[in-house]
Design a protein around this ligand. Structure first.
Ligand code: ADP
Ligand code: MG
Length: 238
């Protein structure tokens, strides 16, 4: 088997008294969609923040294509091909859709014309072509999610982490978003998807990692994970 694109080894993070991530290890294979699920507060977003350099871990290491990236800044990590979306989208509200996406494109492309060209492609790709000159803060929720997606794709990631990218969408919009995720996967991007709608995870994930109280509760293909009694208990309570 080829080398995983991402390896997380014995990662821990404490916020004062709270162990938010507890000795967590998992890997992501090239080309797959890995789902990450777990109850609220399980440590999912913190795990993304540790992987992407937003926080530095208390223990453990993160490897991208076999290279240790622990402790690098978010920008350095992004330049190495690891991008992410935030659970709470944070566009530059006063800038247009295109300008927002150009911020992502500039990371790899110092040439403004090329950055704009690349940003335009991504804006079209996510279906915001008609709204490229709209001011970001006027967008609907699904369009804000699309923008967040385009902005991270514009950095040309090999690995993209989505943190509840489908939150707040209605059933039809979720279908559209899933199509978009598949399109990204087909373009050769590996994805890690945090999502709490089980049906979405079942539909799109090749494998699933379940977190509970910062630790890994279960791991496997969606079918086995959903039938795991510890997972059912964590979700339904005792
Ligand atoms: P999830 O994304 O699975 O809902 P989080 O990773 O956001 O969970 O949070 C895990 C735990 O860590 C929660 O109890 C949360 O309140 C806490 N936490 C997250 N970030 C911080 C922070 N910056 N400071 C203090 N506590 C935090
Ligand atoms: Mg979260």
């Amino acid at each position: 088997m080829s080398q995983p694109i991402l390896e997380v080894n014995h990662l821990s993070k404490r916020f004062r008294g709270l162990l938010a991530v507890n000795d967590l290890s998992f890997h992501v294979n090239k080309g797959e969609i890995l789902g990450v699920i777990g109850p609220n507060g399980a440590g999912k977003s913190t795990t993304f923040n540790l992987i992407t350099g937003v926080y530095s871990p208390d223990t453990g290491e993160v490897k991208l294509n076999g290279q240790n990236i622990t402790g690098l800044s978010p920008n350095e990590i992004c330049k190495k091909g690891l991008s992410r979306t935030f659970q709470v989208t944070r566009p530059f509200g006063d800038m247009t859709v295109l300008q927002n996406v150009m911020v992502g494109a500039f990371l790899n492309t110092p040439n403004p014309r090329r950055a704009e060209q690349q940003a335009l492609e991504m804006v079209e790709f996510v279906g915001l072509g008609d709204k490229k000159h709209a001011v970001a803060r006027t967008l609907s929720i699904i369009d804000q999610r699309r923008l967040e997606f385009a902005r991270s794709l514009a950095t040309e990631p090999a690995l993209l982490l989505l943190d509840e990218a489908l939150a707040g969408l209605n059933a039809m919009e979720v279908e559209e978003a899933i199509e978009l995720i598949w399109k990204v996967k087909d373009a050769g991007v590996t994805l890690v998807v945090i999502e709490h709608v089980m049906k979405v995870i079942n539909t799109i994930s090749n494998r699933v990692v379940v977190l509970n109280f910062g630790a890994k509760l279960a791991e496997g293909v969606p079918k086995e994970v959903m039938n795991n009694s510890a997972v059912i208990e964590a979700y339904l309570g005792k």
